[in-house]
Write a protein that binds this ligand. Structure first.
Ligand code: FPP
Length: 241
C-alpha cells in the first residue's frame, strides 16, 4: 500500500492524512476483492523496516489508526464473511493493538468467504529465516530425523512460514510506481504475476483493481513449462492477491 506519504505531500497535507485516506482505500479494495471472488488478499501495511525506522510519532499514529480500523471494520468483515488474519511479528506491537487484533481475529475466525491478511511488522527474509530456525530446532529436539532432511519439501517448508494456511498469491499489485518487491512474500510470490501501477495507494480504486484482474486473467502462466499455458485447474496459486 505504497504512496500514502506522496499523496499527502502533493496536497500540502501531513503524512498522517495520507494514511487515513489509505485506510479508506483498504476498505474499498477489500470489499471489491470479495465481490470479485478473490479467495485471499494480503496487504503490506507495515514492514519490519518501517516499524524500526519511521519516526515514533508516525508509528504511534499508525498503531492508533490500525486499532480504530480493526474496530470500525468489524461489521464489514462479518457482513462479507471475511476472516482477518496477520503475518509478521505481532508481539512487538503495542499490547492494546495486539488485543484488538486478537479480538478481531477470533470474531471473524469462522468466516469462510475470503481471507484478509494484514502484513504487520513483516519482512519476508525474516519470515524465511524464522522458518529455517524452527526447522533446526525440530531437528535438535528430535522431531525431524537429521538423516531424512531431503524429505523436507517446498510444501512442508511453507508450513513453517508466517501463515501455514496461506496459498501462493496469483497476483501481486504494487502501487506508487515502485518496481521492487521490497521484502514482501519472496517465497510465496515466486510464480505470481506482477501488476505495477503509478496510482498512489489512497487513489487506488475499484476500477484500478478490476483493470489489474482483467489483465491477469488474460495472461498465460507457464510455471517454467514450454507449453502454451497451463490449465488453471492444475496450476499452483489460489485466486489470491
Ligand atoms: C508505505 O508507504 C506505507 C506504509 C508505511 C503504511 C501503509 C498503511 C496504510 C495505508 C494505513 C491503513 C492500514 C491500516 C491497517 C491502518 P508510504 O505511505 O510511506 O508512502 P511514500 O513512499 O509515498 O512516503
Amino acid at each position: 500500500m505504497d504512496g500514502n506519504g506522496r499523496w499527502a505531500r502533493t496536497r500540502g497535507l501531513l503524512r498522517m492524512r495520507g494514511y487515513e485516506e489509505g485506510a479508506g482505500a483498504l476498505r474499498r479494495i477489500t470489499t471489491r476483492c470479495r465481490e470479485l471472488g478473490v479467495s485471499e488478499a494480503t496487504f503490506f501495511a507495515l514492514s519490519t523496516e518501517n516499524y524500526q525506522r519511521r519516526p515514533s510519532a508516525e508509528i504511534r499514529f499508525l498503531m492508533k489508526l490500525l486499532k480504530t480500523y480493526l474496530i470500525r471494520e468489524r461489521p464489514m468483515l462479518m457482513e462479507n464473511g471475511i476472516r482477518l488474519t496477520t503475518i509478521g511479528d505481532i508481539s512487538a506491537l503495542p499490547a492494546d493493538v495486539q488485543e484488538t487484533l486478537e479480538e478481531t481475529r477470533s470474531l471473524s475466525a469462522d468466516n469462510d468467504q475470503m481471507v484478509m491478511r494484514l502484513a504487520l511488522n513483516y519482512g519476508s527474509r525474516q519470515e524465511i529465516l524464522t522458518a529455517v530456525r524452527r526447522i533446526c530446532q525440530e531437528v535438535k529436539e528430535g522431531r525431524i530425523d537429521p538423516e531424512r532432511l531431503n524429505e523436507i519439501t517446498e510444501d512442508s517448508f511453507a508450513a513453517y512460514l508466517g501463515d501455514p494456511q496461506m496459498k501462493d498469491p496469483d497476483l501481486v499489485i504494487r502501487t506508487a510506481g515502485e518496481y521492487r518487491l521490497s521484502n514482501f512474500l519472496l517465497w510465496q510470490s515466486s510464480y505470481s504475476e506482477l501488476w505495477i501501477t503509478n496510482e498512489l495507494w489512497p487513489d487506488f480504486d475499484v476500477e484500478h483493481l478490476e483493470q489489474a484482474v482483467e489483465d491477469f486473467v488474460s495472461r498465460d502462466r507457464k510455471y517454467g513449462a514450454v507449453l502454451d499455458g497451463v490449465s488453471r485447474e492444475n496450476s499452483p496459486g489460489s485466486g489470491g492477491i
